[in-house]
Design a protein around this ligand. Structure first.
Ligand code: NAP
Length: 253
């Protein structure tokens, strides 16, 4: 097994949920982590928790759907930690509604954060990766990519990220850069809490109902996704590229 060197990673949406767990996990492996989130104070909380555990991190406020803020965030990480060669495009939002009630704003917001955000971040970070001859990009897709009632916008964005991932793998492979997508099923975070509220259920009852239909009979935790991302961004995963890995407690594909 290859030793894990210090490399610089960026995790977007790293203030909480899957992003925070991933930032902490990568830092525990010896990566220096740029934690990017909308709110700088929240991003810094994750960075502080990493530092308290003896790791290295900086917290940066940026909206991943804004090209100027993305360029500034990636430049700040490069300046303060070194060239970012690991990128986890995790920032995400939901604006659920049935199609006939979905507004154009609901559609655009979801497309902008997931698709435009991943595009802008990847375009900025690949400059460092190709120069270094090493890179790992992981995009957060979702089991909803296969269709989910009330999520026409989110499902389209998450399916779009799968095509985006495969194209990055094809274009960047010759530079030592891999790109993969992780597609979580039900993970216990603020996002699934918000969904429970929307359908008028207590979170515990909502989780139990979900667990009953999951083959391993439990819902997922942010660490389940962080573990998979740690593998895909690791030194030993250089021959795994362009794949979509469902981390959902049982088959989807
Ligand atoms: P979460 O708890 O809602 O956290 C998402 C984070 O992204 C928040 O800190 C949020 O900041 C940040 N964010 C939102 N818009 C942003 C923007 N424009 N720029 C920068 N940061 C932004 O979500 P999660 O459940 O951990 O999900 C993480 C990723 O996994 C998402 O891409 C999600 O779609 C995907 N996923 C989650 C599940 C699940 O079951 N939870 C399943 C499949 C896929 P604010 O708090 O300031 O809004």
């Amino acid at each position: 097994m290859a030793e894990t060197p210090r490399r610089v990673a960026i995790v977007t949406g790293g203030a909480r949920g899957i992003g925070a767990a991933t930032a902490r996990r990568l830092a525990a492996e010896g990566r220096a982590v740029g934690v990017v989130d909308l709110n700088e104070a929240d991003a810094k909380k994750t960075a502080d928790a990493i530092a308290a555990d003896g790791g290295e991190a900086v917290g940066i406020g940026a909206d991943v759907s804004d090209a100027d803020q993305v360029a500034a965030a990636v430049a700040t990480v490069a300046e303060r930690l070194g060239p970012p060669v690991i990128l986890v495009n995790n920032a995400g939002v939901i604006r659920d509604n049935l199609l006939f009630k979905m507004t154009e704003e609901d559609w655009d917001t979801v497309m902008n954060v997931h698709l435009r955000g991943s595009f802008l971040m990847s375009r900025a970070a690949q400059a460092h990766m190709t120069k270094e001859g090493f890179g790992r990009i992981v995009n957060l897709s979702s089991s909803s990519a296969q269709g989910n009632r009330g999520q026409a916008n989110y499902s389209a964005a998450k399916a779009g990220l799968q095509g985006f991932t495969k194209t990055l793998a094809i274009e960047l492979g010759k530079f030592g850069v891999t790109a993969n997508a992780v597609a979580p099923g039900f993970i216990e975070t603020e996002m699934t809490k918000a969904t429970a509220e929307r359908v008028g259920m207590e979170f515990e009852a909502f989780k139990k109902a979900a667990a009953d239909s999951i083959p391993v009979r439990r819902t997922g935790r942010p660490e389940d996704i962080a573990n998979t991302i740690a593998f895909l961004t690791g030194e030993d995963a250089g021959f795994v590229s362009g794949q979509v890995i469902y981390v959902a407690g049982g088959p989807l594909d």
